[in-house]
Design a protein. Structure first.
Length: 318
């Protein structure tokens, strides 16, 4: 199998996690750079997975044998999980934007491990890789300073780990967008969103269908629909009147057609809350329920949690 030749000049790396086996999270001071389709793509906060995995095939025992013979079947490759910030991996964010806009593509690239002096020491190459899951970070206006970290799951057709050489250099002219997850606002027309304090993490999954087998006789994977998880938000009970009204109309009275759905956005803001860094657009939003928030006690502000469905999401980073 032909392996893409990667040029390491111009790859950005910062302090993060070391290469890890699936399920392992080993904190180190190693630096991780990302390359997509031969070009520098920023840096990662962490990654795991991506190793080869063999399937076991059992051969039925013969007349004189007492147990089945086991042997190695075809090779598969574990999913790759990557996490990165808003300002650290622009090409990855563009890949997410395109996927959410139904512009499906597969990419090849590498994760480059560098030492303290930014010398490349190892690489994990991945080939013909599909973006299968996007995980948006939870947001909480009451929490301390917490960097907004996006996560993705990738499914590679092939990976290879090897040594590397050369320097990891910063990506030129990379804009800095230090977004903290407490800096956000929700916009949904006709609703009081001024006291929304929390939005739970939510996920978009790419569903795949079996297609025409490729040269290796494995079933091809054709992209199908996108699947969006429900959205859960927490707000002050004192600002929930418009939400209860919508719940009554939409759920109890059954006025749940497209005209009563809402389109809005989650807006990511700068540290001083004056600049928009990006937005997560929400399309055809419907309300499902409202209930008393778990942390609503006599000693705190009474809050409610609202659950919404979302038919489609898109991402725009400034």
């Amino acid at each position: 199998m032909k392996i893409q030749k990667i040029s390491w000049l111009g790859v950005l790396c910062i302090s993060s996690f070391a290469f890890a086996a699936p399920g392992d999270r080993i904190p180190t001071r190693e630096n991780l750079g990302l390359v997509l389709d031969g070009a520098p793509a920023g840096y990662l906060k962490a990654y795991e997975g991506g190793g080869p995995r063999a399937e076991v095939v059992e051969v039925p025992p013969g007349p004189s044998e007492t147990y089945p013979k086991k042997q190695i079947g075809r090779v598969a490759y574990d999913d790759l999980f990557m996490s990165f910030g808003l300002s650290s991996a622009s090409p990855m964010l563009q890949w997410i934007e395109n996927t959410l806009n139904f512009k499906y593509s597969r990419k090849s690239g590498a994760i480059l491990g560098c030492d303290y002096n930014f010398n490349a020491v190892s690489q994990l190459q991945f080939e013909r890789t599909s973006l299968t899951e996007i995980i948006f970070p939870a947001m909480d206006a009451t929490s301390g300073k917490s960097a907004g970290i996006f996560s993705v799951k990738l499914s590679p057709e092939f990976t290879r780990r090897s040594s590397a050489s050369g320097k990891c250099a910063p990506v030129a002219n990379e804009p800095q967008k230090n977004w903290m997850t407490q800096n956000f606002k929700l916009e949904l027309p006709g609703l009081d969103t001024t006291k929304v304090s929390k939005i739970e993490s939510f996920t978009v999954k790419q569903i795949f269908l079996d297609g025409t087998p490729g040269e290796d006789r494995r079933p091809g994977r054709e992209p199908g629909r996108l699947q969006f998880s429900n959205l859960k938000i927490t707000l002050s009970e004192s600002s929930a009147e418009s939400w209860y009204k919508w719940l009554d109309e939409f759920v109890v009275q059954g006025r749940s057609d497209d005209s009563n759905e809402k389109t809005g956005a989650i807006i990511m803001l700068s540290q001083n809350l004056a600049q928009e860094l990006g937005r997560i657009n929400l399309y055809n939003v419907g309300i499902l329920n409202i209930h008393r928030a778990v942390d609503s006690t006599a000693d705190s502000i009474r809050k409610v949690t609202v659950e919404l469905y979302v038919e489609h999401v898109s991402l725009n980073v400034k």
